[in-house]
Ligand binder design. Structure first.
Ligand code: PNS
Length: 165
């Protein structure tokens, strides 16, 4: 099925937050279709809390109301994944200046590898400019209430997972 002008929204999504959903929803408003790419490889020193399939399942549920969004796990280079999906753009959220330096470097590297795929940056809504998966995990680890920061199934899974940790 042709999916028109398609964007990829990549991320670890460990776990998805309401900030991610804000970026995904706004991207879905301006592109014909969106593929959310969940990183399936370990890219951080710290082990992931949820498996790629668990992270995908949270996203599938949280985006069920967005008909032009689908979720895939990828384990290759982001630009190769985007190219295989037929994407014209990689869309990323930017919160604060601190995000810029990393994204600037990634932008230059990705541009060298796939100059035909444009990187597009969506500025986080003020409500979410402080929000990160890392922060949510840390809050939840110490019993903080994250129910207004993540979808309900994620909040429940965090409580369950961290209780056993
Ligand atoms: O901040 P995140 O959500 O962990 O970012 C993940 C991702 C894939 C968006 C970021 O690491 C990135 O832009 N990587 C580009 C380099 C690449 O292709 N890595 C392989 C990932 S499987």
């Amino acid at each position: 099925m042709a999916e028109g002008r398609l964007a990829v929204c990549p991320g670890s999504y460990d776990p998805v937050t309401n900030g991610h959903l804000d970026i995904i929803g706004r991207t879905a408003n301006v592109f014909d279709s969106v593929v959310v790419g969940v990183v399936g490889q370990a890219i951080r020193k710290q082990a992931a809390l949820f498996t790629p399939e668990e992270r995908k399942a949270f996203l599938v549920e949280a985006t069920a109301d967005l008909p032009n969004v689908r979720i895939e796990v990828f384990t290759n280079l982001l630009v190769e994944f985007a190219r295989a999906e037929g994407a014209i753009a990689i869309v990323k959220g930017l919160r604060a200046i601190s995000d810029f330096e990393y994204e600037f470097e990634m932008n230059q590297l990705n541009r060298r590898l796939a100059p035909e795929i444009e990187s597009v940056y969506v500025i986080a809504s003020p409500d979410y400019s402080f929000l990160s998966s890392t922060g949510v995990r840390e809050m939840a680890t110490f019993g903080g209430d994250v129910s207004d920061l993540v979808p309900a199934p994620v909040a429940a899974a965090l409580a369950e997972r961290l209780k056993r940790a």
